[in-house]
Design a binder for this molecule. Structure first.
Ligand code: KG4
Ligand code: ZN
Length: 338
């Protein structure tokens, strides 16, 4: 049982292929349960319809475990929050319907959370926490954005991908090489023993702080097709060097844009968020640049980089403070247009 004036928030995240629930009490994360979905592995990517069905199966046990782990009962909740978007519509609907059901039945305030903002709020779960203004490179299988945060609730997207996300660039090039999904961690692993300068791949010249990754995928595909005509075992023989070269192309492109963002905004509190921030080269090079240029750099704990409800709960904690509640007719938004 929690004292009556505690602020106990249940958060639900179902934007893509992880069903997650978290309990946050007075701004402290007390549980964070994540059920990932194996079902997509054999298809080489997330199948939206299967993701929605798996969320429906997972949501009750995941929420139940989040409550039990935090030692709270549903009667103790002060508010319920959920990912409103962006994400896969069918997946978002499962979380939003479930949250609205709890809000209605328990007469609790409802808080809709922007998933992108929540990824950045992951930096405020543990110490050290960045000061504002804060610049964050959000890189995952679904997002590639540079976001400027002025406060816990004021964000501005100052750069975004025009096509694929950085994680998709890893996963799709890995798939071309015959590696299983998700290929990002495997490219990272093989790249450790490879020469990053062995093969040259182009990066897209899109202006300012925006990104484009679809050209890299095509360039890798044609390069490998030509190389395999000469030597059918080319990929096997050169796997480490190919992976290192692809990783180098993606990471140096991301960091070049991030440097430009720092130059343009003058903000030197700089962080990473999203699943691709697990990439060893990205982490290492951000820290190196940070040292060279005297930036303060921040990378959240890995469990809070990939999709999770703790980051939704953290965002909801600040939305609650600002009285940002929703009515029950709020709908999920699959896209977020800036
Ligand atoms: O944040 P996340 O778990 O889910 C989405 O919101 O998409 O990110 C998953 C993405 C995948 O594309 C995966 O390949 C990539 O993060 N990823 C990595 C690494 N670990 C995960 N990419 C490169 N290197 C890694 N070590
Ligand atoms: Zn995400």
């Amino acid at each position: 049982m929690t004292p009556e004036n505690d602020k106990v928030i249940l958060a639900i995240e179902t934007s893509c292929d992880d069903t997650s629930a978290s309990i946050c009490i007075n701004g402290k994360i007390c549980s964070n349960i994540v059920a990932d979905q194996e079902v997509h592995r054999k298809y080489g990517g997330v199948v939206p319809e299967l993701a929605s069905r798996a969320h429906k199966q997972n949501i009750v046990p995941v929420v139940d475990l989040a409550l039990k782990t935090a030692g709270v009962k549903i009667q103790d909740l002060t508010a319920v929050s959920y990912t409103q978007g962006p994400g896969l519509l069918g997946s978002l609907m499962v979380g939003s319907s479930f949250a609205r059901g709890i809000s209605l039945s328990r007469n609790l305030p409802l808080i809709g959370v922007n998933h992108i903002q929540a990824h950045i709020m992951a930096h405020f779960i543990d110490e050290p926490q960045p000061e504002f203004p804060f610049l964050c490179l959000l890189v995952s299988g679904g997002h590639t954005q540079i976001v400027s945060m002025k406060s816990h609730s004021e964000m501005e997207v100052i750069g975004t991908t025009l096509d694929d996300a950085a994680g998709e660039a890893f996963d799709k090039t890995a798939k071309i090489m015959g590696l299983p999904y998700p290929g990002g961690p495997l490219i990272d692993k093989y790249a450790k023993d490879g020469n990053p300068l062995k093969f040259k791949f182009p990066d897209s010249r899109v202006p300012e702080l925006n990104f484009s990754f679809s050209g890299l995928k095509t360039a890798v595909m044609y390069f490998l097709q030509d190389a395999e005509k000469e030597d059918p075992d080319f990929i096997v023989k050169n796997l480490n060097d190919i992976c290192a070269s692809i990783q180098h192309t993606i990471v140096s492109y991301l960091l070049r844009k991030l440097k430009l963002a720092v130059e343009q905004t003058g903000i030197t509190n700089v962080g990473l968020a999203g699943g691709v921030s697990a990439n060893s080269s990205l982490r290492f090079n951000l820290e190196q640049i940070g040292k060279e240029k005297s930036w303060d750099t921040f990378i959240p704990d890995f469990q809070y980089c990939t999709d999770n409800a703790a980051m939704i709960a953290m965002a909801a904690h600040y939305l609650y403070e600002g009285g940002n509640f929703q009515s029950l007719d709020a709908v999920p938004f699959p896209r977020y247009d800036y």
